[in-house]
Design a protein around this ligand. Sequence first.
Ligand SMILES: Cc1ncc(COP(=O)(O)O)c(C=O)c1O
Length: 400
Amino acid sequence: MGALDVVAVRKQFPALEEGAAHFDGPGGSQTPQMVADAVASTMVSAVANRGPLTAAGRRAEEIVVASREAMADLLGTQADGIVFGRSMTQLTYDFARTLAKTWSEGDEVVVTRLDHDANVRPWVQAAEAAGATIKWLCFDTETTELDDIAPLLTDRTRLVAVTGASNLLGTRPDAQRIADQVHDAGALIYVDGVHLTAHAPIDASYADFYVCSPYKFFGPHLGALTASPGLLATLTPDKLLPSTNVVPERFEYGTLPYEQLAGTTAAVDFLAGLGGTGSTRRERLVSSLHLVEQYEDSLREDLESRLAAMPTVKLYGHAAHRTPTLLFTVDGHTPAAVAEHLARAGVNAPAGSFYAHEPAHHLGLGSAGGVRAGLAPYTDQSDVDRLVAAVGDLDGSAEH
Ligand SMILES: Cc1ncc(COP(=O)(O)O)c(C=O)c1O
């Protein structure tokens, strides 16, 4: 098996020419030239509302079809079960409202203390409106592993919302195993794959709903959800009278952003081209994302061990299975002050709780959170060295 060619990867990102070391990928990745080109060329091509009569209408249709196929290849699911939306947050609010139409008093919905608020609050608010009960699944603050869900599942459980990976701590719960338990209880599982999708090969077919955001994996600002077309056909979202009732379109409000869909297809092609092999795009995606995972893991181990060796640095994520996203604090400095110091050193690693409201509070960090350093396929050893040196200045141990 090959290895990720980070020099070749970096050449594809014009933004890196500004010179900063980007550890801010978990908030939104930088954009490769080919994605920007796809967006721009769509905007200057003839595009109209989708339809067979004109080249412009056919182009719009082709863009939509291609983007659903691309997302299905990325997620290992079906193209006609891909729903696009403005963002993961918007899609989750829409699906929470739609699913809650079938909930009643005494029904139960499980959310976790590990999740980003976008996979918590929409469910809490929808459950409240329907009279359903919310149950909380906690995580261990030392190991940062999610607790066992079994004690929370009953014959009244309707839905479990759980993350594929925590955007604060990197923890990757065994979502496939949780899905089996949830299905045995007769409930549905909604998985937030926003943080995970950039970092590992995904087969989302185990989940009833899996949602992600292309801007976290080198694409445009958009959200995408996958579910089986059969399940989607059982749901009745609020919709305009003249808009189609066909699945998946009936979940998509207004005119789709064609240029961003073209950019999403390009982002999937970019991922498939990261050195993986195979005769289909799906195979190349799985293979390339294995290379990404290996590369990011080894860089993460280096970064983590060097930060861990600094006496004033505290690292928070310790799960056995996690993404290359580190959360840390430095004694005697607020996270905001650390992030400012890093920024001055040309290191983009922001501070905060990153909308991971429940986990940050469960850890006792509050809204100040910590400093988050997320790796991406364009992160190289010199970026890591720069981050370590800049943190070392504050620690006083100055490893460099
Ligand atoms: C884990 C996770 N879930 C959900 C979201 C929200 O995604 P969006 O901006 O597409 O609404 C984010 C964004 O940072 C995230 O990291």
